[in-house]
Design a protein around this ligand. Sequence first.
Ligand SMILES: C[S@@+](CC[C@H](N)C(=O)[O-])C[C@H]1O[C@@H](n2cnc3c(N)ncnc32)[C@H](O)[C@@H]1O
Length: 249
Amino acid sequence: MNIRQIPEHELARLREKAKEITGSQSDYHSSYTELLSRRLNGEPLQYIEEYIPFYSIQINVDQRCLIPRPETEYLIEFIKNNSDNPKKILDVGTGTGCIALMLKKLYPESTVDACDISLEALDLAKENAEINNLEINLFQSDLLSDVEEVDYDIIVANLPYIPTETLSSLESEVVDYEPLLALDGGIDGLLYINRLIKEIEEKDIRNLTLFLEVDTSHATTILNNLSHWKQVQLERDLVERDRYIIAKR
Ligand SMILES: C[S@@+](CC[C@H](N)C(=O)[O-])C[C@H]1O[C@@H](n2cnc3c(N)ncnc32)[C@H](O)[C@@H]1O
């Protein structure tokens, strides 16, 4: 990447970050040069800035976790429009904790559990809970293997869905910086989503609404896998791609 490829609005954000780091509105140039060289090396802007707005909270981000995407903020909107005062919520593969924390903010009376297989991600999610002053229960689990409760009103998951083979064709900004554990969805990209559906059935979790963020190309297969559930609905994102599945059991 060369400096001409960095749009002015990004340069402005890097300048603001340099000012924040140095605490000076005028003497920030060496800090700016350092941040600019990280960006020129391909590091995502959000990791350099260290935090992002997510819906109505602020989330710290670094290389322990995937950077939450705008599509995931939109998933919150679907949950809001399709839930009636949930008492108990589980976020599987919580990453930064963005979904779990935002739901706790929307439903302060609810109990929100959030798990991830990555201890590093859980550390970051804990920091995010603290800075937002929101109380959620964080624990390590390989999908539902260490989930003991079965009385969830909502289970939400944005699990890795990129087929292993296509990982190398992703932009280097993604594949060189974001954790593989947050991206790699196995041979067909469906490994974790299929396993989650199976584990919900094996644990016989009922009276539940499952919200999934999925890759457009996987939507039909996942809908078929859920066809024996009580009610299944497909929703589109802001650019009309099939991206969310809402399923009741
Ligand atoms: C695509 S990221 C999503 C993170 C966050 N929920 C979000 O929407 O920004 C997927 C997350 O799933 C976690 N993960 C991967 N495999 C898992 C597994 N077997 N069990 C639980 N979490 C897993 C990763 O560590 C990562 O944090």
